[in-house]
Each structure stands twice: as structure tokens, then as C-alpha cells.
Design a protein around this ligand. Structure first.
Ligand SMILES: Nc1ncnc2c1ncn2[C@@H]1O[C@H](COP(=O)(O)OP(=O)(O)OP(=O)(O)O)[C@@H](O)[C@H]1O
Length: 282
């Protein structure tokens, strides 16, 4: 039977083995539900990126996972113990089951290759049985759903704006229909309006495709708007994890309240702040 959760992390710790050692993630436990957007909030250096990379086994030395477990609950009903996967299984996992969009992703596009070709390459590598027609169809569809449009299939990265290029990266991340998408400050470099538009689109796509998202940013107002639940990190630990609504209205932890208080847009008239889809709500 398919589990209600897509990911279960228990007592997960990561140390950077430098002198003196840095305890970047300390005893973190969390569950990610199927189809939910979980926001990871917290000040710079609190360990958000280390946690997100750690559970996907993307960390390099001097980072060492010192304790805990991370289990992916595949929709087939199989549990995958991420910390015990060998390299080949890990590579497959990363494309097939989980994908990642990071801040500078848009600069990772190959400048001398049309974006349609770069998308098609994903299918050529990971879905070798697909025909050329199917590939082209799928690439066109992907560009449509992320709001770039299929007429851009033959465009080169330099012919697109930063926002468009980041959407292409999101299309790539969606290509193999992963069950989990990790987004680390995916839109921070972009204009605020573009950023908002892309995020609302991700939220819609998530409903359409049913994937879960771990969304990392230090922009708490943005997280409140798009997340179902928010985990607040401080010095490597999760100090509070609750629905976005509870975090906003009924934060329990003093640190969370302080974090909320550091964003002027959240401290004024409460009615002035609305979660997406709640237009008209106070
Ligand atoms: N390669 C490294 N070697 C030593 N310490 C590191 C290394 N990478 C990160 N750290 C430390 O680990 C801690 C957590 O860093 P991390 O990048 O995960 O935080 P973050 O919350 O994602 O911050 P930001 O929002 O700035 O990206 C910080 O104290 C950081 O200085």
C-alpha cells in the first residue's frame, strides 16, 4: 500500500569534519507527506542546505552523516533506505524519484545547446525506450506546463530571461515525474513578481502531478504563502514544525516569533497578509 508519507527522516545529524568540527544538522526528525509543500525556514547558516543535501546523499567531505536514517516511501509501496544505497542506485533514485532545483540552476544550462535538446537528453538517457516523437511531444508539453511555451523548444539559453531559464530547469526537474522535488532558494535571484508567479505555478503543478516539495528559503513571508507546513531551523535543529497557518498565527517557539518579527511585511496589519488561495480571508 502507498504510504501517506513520501519521506521519513529520523535523528539525522551531519557534522563538517573541520577544526573545530561544525555540527550543521543535529538530531533532525521529520516526515514529508505525499503531495505537500514543506518549507524549511531559518537564518543563514542554520543548516537548511546541509539537511536537504544530506537526505539526498549529495554532501561531499568534509561533511559526514553521523547518525540517523532517511527512508523514501516509494509510491509502489517499497521503502528505500537512502543512507544505504550504492552509487548506481543513488543516481537512479535522484533522477527517477527525486529531483533538485537550486538557486543558480539556470546557469547550469548548456549555452550552446537549444533548450529542447537539453530536455530531450534527459529522456534519451533515462527513458531510452521512448521514440523521438514521444520525446519531442513530452518536451513541448513540459515547456508548456512551466509557462515557457513549446515555441521556445529551439531557443538557446541566452535568448531567454533568467525567470524563463529557471522555469526550464524546473521543467527538467519535473521531466521524469519525480515524487519529491527539493528546491533550494530556487527563485531568489529573480525579480519578486517573477518569483511569485513561478512559485504559484509550482504549487499548481504539485496538485496536478502529486509530487511533494521541500522548499528552502530564508524568505519566511514567501514560505508562509506557499507552504502547507513549515519547519523552522535554528543552529542545526528543528525548533518548530507546524502548519503555515499555525506558524503565522500561533508560533510556539520564541525564535519563530523573533524570525516572524524580523520581516516588516508580517508585522503590520494582519489583514494585509494573505495566503495564496485565501483571498478575502483575514
Ligand atoms: N564545507 C563546509 N565546511 C565547513 N563548514 C561548513 C561547510 N558547509 C557549510 N558549513 C557550515 O555548516 C553550517 C550550516 O550551513 P548551511 O549552508 O547548511 O546553512 P543554510 O541554513 O543553508 O545557510 P544559507 O541560507 O546561507 O545557505 C554553517 O555553520 C556553515 O558555516
Amino acid at each position: 500500500m502507498t504510504s501517506e508519507n513520501v519521506l521519513t527522516v529520523r535523528d539525522f545529524s551531519v557534522v563538517y569534519d573541520v577544526d573545530p568540527p561544525v555540527e550543521a544538522v543535529v538530531d533532525v526528525s521529520l516526515e514529508l507527506k505525499r503531495g505537500e509543500i514543506l518549507g524549511l525556514a531559518g537564518e543563514s547558516g542554520c543548516g537548511k542546505t546541509t539537511l536537504a543535501y544530506g537526505i539526498q546523499r549529495l554532501l561531499k567531505p568534509p561533511a559526514v552523516i553521523t547518525s540517523g536514517s532517511a527512508v523514501f516511501h516509494d509510491e509502489s509501496g517499497t521503502d528505500i533506505d537512502l543512507l544505504s544505497l550504492d552509487d548506481a542506485s543513488l543516481r537512479r533514485f535522484r533522477w527517477d524519484k527525486a529531483s533538485m532545483v537550486f538557486q543558480g540552476a539556470m546557469n547550469a544550462l548548456n549555452p550552446v545547446m537549444a533548450i529542447g535538446k537539453q530536455l530531450a537528453d534527459v529522456f534519451e538517457t533515462h527513458r531510452p525506450d521512448m521514440s523521438r516523437e514521444e520525446r519531442t511531444q513530452e518536451c513541448a508539453h513540459l515547456l508548456d506546463i512551466v509557462g515557457v511555451g513549446r515555441d521556445r523548444l529551439r531557443s538557446y539559453p541566452h535568448e531567454l530571461s533568467g525567470g524563463m531559464r529557471q522555469r526550464v530547469m524546473i521543467a527538467m526537474a519535473l521531466a521524469l515525474r519525480p515524487q519529491l522535488m527539493v528546491m533550494d532558494e530556487p527563485t531568489t535571484a529573480l525579480d519578486v513578481l517573477v518569483q511569485r508567479e513561478i512559485l504559484l505555478q509550482i504549487s499548481d503543478l504539485r496538485e496536478e502531478f502529486g509530487f511533494s516539495v521541500v522548499f528552502i528559503t530564508h524568505d519566511l513571508p514567501l514560505l508562509l504563502e506557499i507552504s502547507d507546513r513549515i519547519a523552522v531551523m535554528k543552529a542545526g535543529r528543528i525548533v518548530e514544525l507546524d502548519t503555515a497557518e499555525n506558524i503565522y498565527h500561533r508560533a510556539q517557539h520564541e525564535y519563530t516569533r523573533r524570525l516572524l518579527g524580523s520581516f516588516p511585511s508580517l508585522t503590520g496589519d494582519r489583514g494585509g497578509f494573505l495566503r495564496a488561495g485565501e483571498e478575502g480571508a483575514a
